[in-house]
Design a protein around this ligand. Structure first.
Ligand SMILES: [Zn+2]
Ligand SMILES: [Zn+2]
Length: 322
């Protein structure tokens, strides 16, 4: 019997319209309606939910029997969005599993719901996808997306995923990430680890940025530009320093880019368009400044390199000493 046929035909724009089962051509009887966070109703089958998940829908969810026009189909209110529920339901059929790559905006939600309701086929696939997202696509993640991947890793004990994506989250303001972490149910132990992890990078970045200020070499600031005909005091170092401090000071997550940015900055190279949209770019002509710039690059690499081995999930107070 195809119970889809005895459901009322949804009218366009009707908020109470019931979406059919998301699996195409599914003929299983619909005896349950899942109501999403945004109050969308989706057809489901109790037997499949019992077979493919553990405790879905949860006993705590509010359910009511809706009899008008639907026989005695139970409706259950859930916290997940309709997009996430539709995908999750596809994992609870004897059918091809959906390709999560095609749903980048729903994957984190599916991953979370899969863990929550123990839909193991979705747990495994979502984990693979989240791992790949943390490792290879991290550069294209927004701060909030990166935080979502981080929380997923921390919450479910996937330390490799958390460690792979951690660096992408450290430019996030502390109040914002803590608020989001608490909402996501992240433990205070892990929140402290995140704070220590960021502090380690911030301290090293500070050391790099103040390198010239600590260097006892008056030639840094007071020398003449050899290219100038009139041998005027050179201002190029001050200019480079100001630009570098200005663009890196509040971005501890960019510490590994610093050395290459300094080594290129100010060089005129028509094949190198990294700073094309940087109106402040200038032509560094002074050999003395170039020499100091190379020293700065070496120092930045020396300071930043040991951080590569630092992992968020192994952070302790003593890690700050390294
Ligand atoms: Zn179905
Ligand atoms: Zn100079």
């Amino acid at each position: 019997m195809d119970s889809h046929t005895h459901l009322p035909i949804p009218a366009a724009g009707d908020a109470t319209a019931i979406e059919p089962c998301p699996v195409p051509d599914c003929t299983l009887p619909v005896d349950l309606v899942l109501v999403s966070k945004e109050d969308k109703c989706i057809s489901a089958h109790t037997v499949n939910l019992g077979l493919f998940s553990n405790g879905f829908p949860p006993a705590s969810a509010s359910g009511e029997l809706a009899r008008d026009g639907l026989g005695s189909v139970e409706r259950v209110q859930l916290e997940e969005t309709a997009d996430v529920l539709m995908l999750l339901l596809k994992f609870m059929h004897h059918a091809h599993l959906p390709d999560l790559e095609m749903h980048p905006f729903q994957t984190a939600g599916v991953a979370e719901a899969a863990e929550k309701y123990e839909v193991f086929s979705a747990v495994a696939l979502a984990k693979v996808y989240m791992k790949r997202r943390a490792k290879y696509k991290s550069r294209s993640l927004s701060l909030d997306d990166a935080a979502e991947v981080l929380f997923y890793g921390l919450k479910h004990g996937y330390n490799d995923i958390a460690d792979d994506v951690a660096l992408e989250t450290i430019d996030m303001p502390l109040d914002r990430i803590v608020a989001q972490a608490m909402k996501a149910g992240i433990s205070s132990h892990h929140i402290l680890q995140w704070v220590l992890y960021r502090e380690a990078h911030q301290r090293k970045l500070q050391r790099i940025l103040v390198w010239s200020r600590c260097k006892k070499d008056s030639k840094l600031y007071f020398h003449v530009d050899s290219m100038e005909v009139e041998q005027v005091p050179c201002t190029q170092w001050a200019r480079l320093e100001r630009d570098m401090v200005g663009s890196f000071a509040n971005r501890p997550g960019s510490i590994f880019e610093f050395a290459s940015a300094v080594s290129h900055y100010g060089d005129y190279d028509e094949n190198f368009d990294y700073f094309d949209d940087e109106p402040e770019n200038f032509l560094m002509t002074c050999d003395t400044c170039k020499g100091f710039r190379e020293e700065w690059v070496r120092y930045a690499r020396e300071i930043a390199d040991p951080l590569c081995g630092l992992s968020l999930t192994r952070m302790t107070l003593s890690s700050l000493k390294c």
